[in-house]
Ligand binder design. Structure first.
Ligand code: AMP
Length: 570
């Protein structure tokens, strides 16, 4: 397909905010694509260059793009900068500035050039690559190419819309569950789209786990107390719930890759885990565990922050030597080319105990129980050690990739007593300050949660407390970098903050209560009442370990609402 034609589809997508229409346009697009193009188109319409876990970005800033447009179009840089000030979108700036040479390039060729820009390490090469690319494009192509390069395509197309479109494109709606399954196994919609194009239904049915492609992680449901836990699971396995970072570790021969819960590649954070995994005498494996820093002598755990600081790349080696992590392995998904996800928990556990002895990688502490009283006992013993709670697992439960169900259940300390559990929310916008905060220019946040089913963000609260002056200041400058001219298409809100921002930063908040409110859209019921937080306050600063899609889900929030002792109505 010509890139020009592809851009016409992008234009159609940009013009609508209806998910149905988007799916329809995308399904038409997919009918015209080759298998390679199908892969690329998936990334591009989602605003990516590659599957997100590859972490690939072009790394070109607004400033360099301005310089590039100026050089490619032979227009003075200050004029380009001025046009940018007027239009607020470098894609439109490029569109207005470009004079077309008359040729039309293939989508594959344009993508190849963008990929090259992203892979090149030297800024100068990136810039030259961008200038060359721009010189070969027509105005509308330049508009979209610039937005793609900047990572600001923002069509409002989400994964579930694309999945609907893929099913529609082969005229088999019933294929949707298989497409979803393939996606949970590889987390790469480009790969799924390509396989579907190549081999249709059979290709999807034969889709397998592959080392190096992260599996969407299994999640846990909540229960109120030990009684409810026992009612739901009966005799089951109990494990300590460690408060660390969840790792999914992949090994093929001597190559080790580590993914976070949000499927980011975080291999660089854990050199000691890479080393230990290399030493395992097996060819290939995928396992999961919680990384914590354990003080072997006292048996106590260091706070979560001690691990998260490794996100900033410097000094990781030093931390790894001075305060190495322990990984408590709690699941195994793949071993010696065998997919184990459909085995019952007990059989997976046997593999874990055979493979991991007491070292840096060790089996999670686990006990089998037969009565609710035993649950209470284990819970107490775990709390005494300063852990946050327990995980209960169904003995015959499979590994439910990407699903939250009662195969895994969590019981946390916070459920005893009133609502104390923290909720993870994403910042959607901010209010300019009032009173003493006028000077700061920021006084409150509009926050929300992600709804996976409808692929949208729903508001849950306004937050004005929990940050220090310095934190407010630093937050404002971070938010100003992702400020938007209008509400993003994938945000559903009744309230209107002073400034909308791209949903990006996650924070944890605590509230006195979850209430019903007509002002918020999270978990809205038939009577148009959503779930809202009463007296919310932020806990700490930005959660660097979470992406916007890792917020508390509407279903979880509803469950928390139901679990709380008393509810008042606004
Ligand atoms: P939550 O983040 O509250 O939904 O709890 C689920 C998380 O608990 C998982 O994603 C893991 O990171 C963590 N976790 C800690 N210990 C365990 C364990 N033994 N089994 C499973 N998950 C665990």
């Amino acid at each position: 397909m010509l890139f020009f034609r592809f851009c016409e589809f992008l234009e159609g997508l940009e013009a609508t905010s209806s998910r149905l229409e988007m799916a329809d346009i995308l399904s038409q697009l997919y009918k015209d694509l080759s298998d390679q193009e199908a892969r690329i188109a998936a990334y591009l319409v989602l605003g990516q260059i590659e599957a997100p876990f590859r972490g690939l970005e072009t790394g070109l800033s607004d400033k360099l793009i301005i310089e590039g447009i100026s050089k490619a179009c032979n227009i003075k840089q200050e004029n380009i900068a001025k046009l940018y000030k007027d239009l607020g979108d470098l894609g439109l700036v490029a569109e207005r500035s470009i004079k077309w040479s008359g040729r039309s390039l293939e989508l594959l060729r344009v993508y190849g050039e963008i990929l090259q820009i992203a892979k090149d390490r030297a800024m100068l090469n990136k810039l030259m690559g961008f200038i060359n690319l721009l010189k070969g494009l027509s105005p509308i192509e330049a508009r979209y190419a610039v937005r793609i390069v900047l990572g600001k395509l923002r069509l409002g197309v989400g994964e579930s819309t694309l999945i609907d479109a893929l099913a529609l494109s082969v005229s088999e709606r019933e294929l949707k569950p298989q497409i979803e399954r393939a996606y949970t196994l590889c987390s790469d919609l480009g790969k799924v789209a390509m396989e579907l194009k190549r081999g249709g239904k059979e290709a999807l049915e034969g889709f397998k786990l592959e080392v190096g492609y992260p599996v969407r992680m299994a999640l846990a449901e909540r229960v109120k107390d030990a009684q409810e836990l026992f009612q739901r699971l009966g005799p089951c396995a109990l494990e300590a719930k460690y408060d660390g970072l969840r790792l999914q570790v992949h090994k093929a021969n001597q190559e080790v890759t580590i993914f976070s819960r949000s499927l980011e590649n975080i291999t660089h954070m854990f050199p000691e885990v890479v080393e230990e995994t290399k030493n395992l005498e097996i060819n290939n494996i995928i396992f999961e565990g919680e990384a914590v820093i354990l003080d072997e002598e006292s048996g106590e755990f260091f706070p979560f922050q001690a691990i998260v600081r490794r996100k900033r790349k410097h000094q990781v080696e030093k931390y790894a030597k001075e305060m190495p992590v322990n990984v408590f392995v709690f699941d195994i998904l793949y071993l010696n080319s065998q997919d184990l996800t459909n085995l019952p928990l007990i059989e997976r556990r046997e593999h874990i105990e055979k493979l991991f002895k007491r070292g840096r990688l060790r089996p999670s502490e686990l006990t089998f129980i037969k009565t609710p009283e035993e649950i209470e006992d284990f819970f107490e013993s775990v709390l005494l050690r300063g852990l946050e709670g327990i995980m209960a697992k169904r003995l015959d439960g499979i590994y439910s990739a990407g699903a939250r169900n009662f195969n895994w259940v969590k019981l946390k300390r916070s459920y005893r007593g009133q609502l104390k559990d923290s909720i993870d929310v994403v910042i959607l916008g901010y209010y300019s300050g009032k009173g003493s905060r006028v000077k700061l220019g920021i006084g409150g946040l509009l926050v929300g949660i992600y709804d996976e089913i409808n692929d949208e963000f729903l508001t849950v609260s306004k937050i004005g407390s929990g940050f220090t002056q310095e934190e407010w200041q630093s937050l404002k400058s971070k938010l100003d970098e992702i400020k938007l001219n209008q509400k993003p298409k994938n945000v559903k809100s009744i309230l209107e903050p002073d400034f909308w921002v791209e949903p990006k930063y996650v924070i944890s908040v605590e509230a006195d209560e979850i209430t019903l409110s007509k002002l918020h859209t999270a978990g809205m019921d038939k009577s148009q009442r959503g779930l809202a937080l009463r007296f919310p306050r932020a806990l700490g600063y930005i959660r660097e370990d979470k992406t916007p899609k890792d917020t508390t889900s509407p279903e979880e929030l509803r469950r928390l609402y139901e679990l709380q002792p008393k509810v008042s109505v606004e």
